[in-house]
Design a protein around this ligand. Structure first.
Ligand code: NAP
Length: 338
């Protein structure tokens, strides 16, 4: 089978190799991967800034969707022809994460899915939403599930609340779509007027250009009747956490989702009103398969379609990574497999 492999860190070391199709263990499912999507995590694994024991040659990508082509002798949940999506935290099937369920992540402790076939334990897959194409479903495992698990299960989002989304990347656009489907008001930040217009077209009630307003928490309150938002998912870490904390109201929820501008958070209990406003700062690392299935039901019922920035062929994997690195993208970058 054909697989994209990384032979050393850097986009120049992405190659397509012919390697053996994986053989199946009794509890495994062979999936013909039709599409994968890239996450910021793939970029930092590729360039070596967050390598965490990557061994070469390495098959990248955690997000994938495809069709079951064969099942191991003990598999009961799946049959050939089923359309499936990969569950990123493989053993986190339900409930809250614990030490055991937190151990295995796709393309980290296992090979990634940027190959024609991949073998996955039967509990490490979920059914694909019926309303989506493979290119769309491949965007769900990390970005969408992070937005869903954070907003719905961790923050307990209720209709009428205000969600502040940050930027036009994968997580934030899913947060926008999920929050609107849940009946929330959405205020979004972004880096340009063009992107602000796109956010409004996607349903944001208001958009703030954070380059124009470095103290954007003031704009959030001005657009929200003088009150902060109820929930925000911080995506840039070092660059945004201070404004994120000041942008939420009393008892507000700030998910420390991302670290695009650096993982060290400059926090000041007094300046950022952490104690005074009873703020909740919540660490996040995607979600369970049970939560993934709940999200997929909501995706079907509300006919939510992921925002796809661009689709590349397997041979263009390098271009796909460069597009992600450019920061020009709006939504998800997808790679299709033969
Ligand atoms: N904790 C988890 O479970 C989890 C899961 C998924 C992702 N993440 C993390 O969350 C972050 C976002 O991931 P993603 O896949 O959505 O990334 P992405 O698709 O690459 O989106 C990043 C977007 O963030 C915005 N941005 C960049 N720098 C910014 C800054 N200094 N201030 C404000 N906004 C900025 C940009 O949008 P604009 O140009 O519109 O501002 C950019 O397009 C990454 O750090 C990723 O590793 C965490």
């Amino acid at each position: 089978m054909k697989a994209v492999q990384l032979t050393a860190f850097g986009t120049d070391h992405l190659v397509i190799n012919d390697i053996p199709t994986p053989s199946l263990k009794a509890n495994e499912v062979l999936v013909n991967i039709k599409a994968v999507s890239l996450n910021y995590l793939d970029l930092i694994l590729l360039n070596g800034t967050f390598s965490r024991g990557v061994q070469f040659p390495y098959i990248p990508a955690s997000d994938g969707a495809g069709v079951v082509t064969a099942v191991g002798a003990e598999v009961t949940r799946w049959k050939p022809g089923d359309r499936v999506v990969v569950q990123y935290v493989q053993n986190w099937t339900k409930g809250k994460v614990d030490t055991e369920s937190n151990k295995v992540r796709v393309a980290w402790q296992t090979p990634g899915v940027m190959s024609e076939y991949t073998a996955i334990p039967e509990h490490g897959l979920v059914k694909m939403p019926d309303n989506l194409r493979f290119e769309e479903a491949a965007t769900l495992p990390i970005a969408a599930l992070t937005a869903w698990y954070s907003l719905i299960e961790q923050a307990g989002l209720r209709p009428g609340q205000t969600v502040l989304t940050q930027g036009t990347g994968g997580v934030s656009l899913f947060a926008l779509q999920i929050a609107k489907a849940a009946g929330a008001k959405v205020i979004a930040t972004t880096s340009s007027e063009t992107k602000a217009d796109r956010l409004k077209a996607l349903g944001a009630d208001a958009a703030i250009n954070y380059r124009q307003y470095p103290e954007w928490h003031e704009q959030v309150k001005a657009l929200n009747g003088g009150e902060g938002a109820d929930i925000t998912l911080d995506v840039a870490g070092a660059a945004t956490i201070g404004q994120s904390l000041l942008s939420v109201r009393e008892n507000g929820f700030v998910g420390t989702t991302g670290f695009i501008a650096g993982p060290e958070l400059p926090l000041d209990i007094h300046k950022h009103q952490i104690n005074l406003n009873f703020l909740r700062i919540q660490g996040l690392a995607v979600g369970s398969a049970e939560s993934f299935e709940a999200m997929n039901r909501a995706i079907e019922v509300n006919d939510i379609h992921p925002v796809i920035d661009s689709v590349f062929a397997m041979e263009q994997a390098r271009e796909a990574y460069l597009r992600l690195e450019s920061g020009q993208h709006i939504g998800k970058i997808v790679i299709t497999l033969p």
